[in-house]
Design a binder for this molecule. Sequence first.
Ligand code: ACO
Length: 311
Amino acid sequence: VEVNLEEQFEAKVAKDIRIEPKDWMPDAYRKTLIRQISQHAHSEIVGMLPEGNWITRAPSLKRKAILLAKVQDEAGHGLYLYSAAETLGASRDQMIADLHSGKAKYSSIFNYPTLSWADIGAIGWLVDGAAIMNQVPLCRTSYGPYARAMVRVCKEESFHQRQGFEIMMTLCNGAPEQKKMAQEAFNRWWWPTLMMFGPKDEESPNTEQSMRWRIKRFTNDELRQRFVDMMVPQAEFLGLTVPDKDLKWNEAKNGYDYGQIDWDEFWSVVKGNGPCNKQRIQTRVKADQEGAWVREAALAHAEKRAQRERQ
Ligand code: ACO
């Protein structure tokens, strides 16, 4: 029976028919999805922190309102994704406990500090740009709930990316000091953004199987290359210099060659030793503790109402 089920599963995936929560699936497929979706959810939640830092300091009421909305969108994405992971049998309490204990991974990018207002522009432009590059293909991922969640997430991400680009454009068309701030933020965020796509294909243990299962539709290096090719003309439009002396157009491959990524830095951040890892986790744990009374009160209230209805 097992063989038959496995064949049916493989045939569905090959025909791009979505796998749904109650369908049979190999244990390893379920495990990989829980891993990727929960990491993705954690990234959305931790991703609120570097930008949340700037809500009170955004330079105008309009900028504050936009940033507030954006950070709230990220919370929504996180909740969607935790729900998608729950459809696979993962427990939300366990996922959150793993984030708080430092066991769970989340995107390396959110362990860097946001030093100036220009960093908020750079995050929207580059980090959300990379997120879209990675997530638009996930709208066609083989697991139904994950694919459907990605549709709305990508629409919101594309708004985020434009607001980031618009901040960069305003700074680049402003005073020389503002242009300088934009260039410095670009210098800080460019390389860590390239790392978001994950290790090189040869060093990515999960890519091959995830491509076969159509969880991933492109490899890490394919998406990274597309991202570089998309961003270089945008940087030129802004009048910014890509901080990579090896960046060069390659006619033969119809794309840019780019310099060496510092993989030691990448793994150090992934392992918990980036500039802000500890601070990020501490902030999450504190928020969870300080919100405990709200959850308890909500539960008590729901219980009281249920009791009243029973009477
Ligand atoms: N930061 C932290 N960890 C990473 C990163 C990164 N940038 N890139 C890869 N890793 C981890 C992987 O999670 C994996 O760890 P694990 O095996 O212990 O779970 C390990 O490094 C090896 O990497 P891969 O074999 O390449 O892993 P995978 O096939 O899962 O590819 C990728 C990584 C591309 C991030 C994939 O999981 C993915 O597309 N995820 C969904 C998108 C996402 O999570 N985006 C988060 C940032 S965008 C945002 O939230 C705004």
